[in-house]
Design a protein around this ligand. Structure first.
Ligand code: EPU
Length: 423
């Protein structure tokens, strides 16, 4: 199994470029199923989740031509109507394929999707199923597969009882080819949703209100060819900003959109972490003292759950006590146990709340990356720590961060990969 060996304590410096957003690309790829014409995607990150997603599309009968950061996709017909467990089990975002398959081909079969183990049991898909039903689909469960079928979907009104990013995106895509108007209420407002709507509208869809709580979709007959450039990854941007602050380094983060991480930057300002920013760059300056600050994860534009674990590492280096309240997932604070093994002073209050008392020195340890975001947090902790840290199960990190070791070495980090990168 591959692992990273990291020698902590180095001050980092230089520039790091942000890649295309994983969570935008993971929706743009299945959206290609809505059209029989050629789709060109640019600024595609070279990461495991994208590879799995493209393999799944090929398995369904797509012609995929991949370049370094681009990809052309053409899907004339479906080779099969089911998502194979080998793909669906590894990729939570496989559920995103179901809506477009149902919309264009009238049916889809799929097992319960897998992915990061960050929610209790299997992460639920009830909102997706309910939404498909409202749009007129029939759903059955047979031999471990869900079967959804509809001759032609019909526009509907649907209220999300829980705000869901992929739920919003999936129903928005599904409604694009439905007859009549669909109104989705209490939608998630993440920038990736706006990006998806912009892309679909560029191909002939009629979507209004994406990025606000109410989205209206007027069904159209066809979705045409299109080219789309993936927006910068806001979670990478925030992660690198936190990494710079935690290691007291001056780092310029380029090809990013600082407006997408306003919640983090507003907190930095209160903590004494200085930064400068332009339209597509962000420079973090080394802070003498970092003040502790409580966070509560929230849907966009609130503090992103995907930055909670890196932020927790930062709080081990801050002055005072900070309450970290994870409201979205109930297993995302378990990694705090590993930070404690490294020397952090953390009180676990309940599955959703911890208190971090800082600052404390951290010490190198042997760790296992439990999920993508906790994995990158382990790397930040290792860079801060005294001595050597080994992080294994790094497939979890490669799922979301392209060539992370190479990019961090370019900043002066002492990080080695044992084993190969399977891209
Ligand atoms: N939920 C339901 N029923 C559903 C769907 C979701 O109850 O049918 C619940 C979830 O259990 C969770 C809450 O709704 O408690 C919010 O989850 P959401 O559906 O918004 O999450 P998601 O769409 O599955 C996306 C990102 C996650 C990110 C969250 C929150 C993608 C592919 N994934 O997940 O990204 O944490 O939004 O911002 O876009 C990651 O990149 O590491 C990651 C996990």
């Amino acid at each position: 199994m591959s692992k990273f060996i990291i020698e902590g304590g180095a001050r980092l410096s230089g520039e790091i470029e942000v890649k295309g957003a994983k969570n935008a690309a993971l929706k743009i790829i299945p959206a290609a199923l809505l059209s029989e014409e050629k789709i060109t995607i640019k600024n595609l990150p070279n990461i495991e989740d994208i590879n799995r997603s493209l393999e799944l599309l090929e398995d369904l009968g797509a012609e995929v031509r991949r370049g370094r950061e681009t990809c052309e996709i053409e899907i004339k017909r479906l080779a099969k109507d089911r998502l194979e467990p080998q793909f669906a089990n590894k990729l939570r975002a496989s559920i995103m394929f179901v809506g477009p398959m149902l919309a264009r081909f009238g049916e889809a079969r799929f097992p319960h999707p897998g992915g990061c183990v960050i929610g209790a049991g299997a992460r639920p898909i009830d909102l997706f199923l309910e939404g498909f039903e409202r749009l007129g689909a029939e759903i059955r469960e047979k031999d471990g597969f869900y079967e959804v079928k509809a001759k032609r979907l019909k526009g509907c009104e649907y209220f999300f009882t829980t705000v869901s990013v992929t739920g919003t995106e999936c129903l928005m895509m599904t409604a694009v080819l439905a007859e009549g108007v669909t109104v989705l209420k209490n939608c998630a407002m993440e920038p990736e949703i706006e990006a998806l709507a912009e892309y679909l509208n560029g191909q002939g869809a009629r979507i209004k209100g994406a990025g606000s709580p109410t989205i209206t979709i007027e069904g159209v007959e066809r979705i045409h060819a299109g080219t789309y450039e993936i927006i910068p990854d806001r979670i990478e941007t925030g992660t690198f900003a936190i990494m710079a602050a935690a290691t007291r380094s001056e780092i310029k983060i380029t090809k990013c959109d600082p407006d997408h991480i306003q919640s983090l930057l507003a907190i930095f300002s209160k903590q004494g972490i200085r930064y400068e920013k332009g339209k597509d760059w962000l420079m973090i300056k080394p802070a003498k003292t970092i003040k502790a600050y409580n966070i509560k994860t929230h849907e966009y534009p609130g503090f992103p759950t995907d930055l909670q674990s890196p932020y927790t590492v930062l709080m081990t280096q801050a002055q005072g006590a900070s309450l970290i309240h994870e409201t979205i997932y109930d297993r995302r604070l378990l990694f705090a146990d590993m930070l404690m093994q490294m020397g952090a002073d953390i009180i676990m209050c309940d599955p959703h709340r911890i208190v971090v008392n800082g600052p404390t020195p951290l010490y190198g340890r042997r760790l296992t990356s439990p999920d993508l975001r906790a994995g990158i947090a382990m790397i930040i902790a290792a860079l801060v720590a005294q001595g050597q840290t080994e992080v294994d199960n790094i497939y979890q990190i490669d799922r979301g961060y392209e060539n992370i070791d190479g990019r961090l070495r370019a900043l002066g980090a002492d990080i080695r990969r044992i084993g190969t990168l399977n891209l």
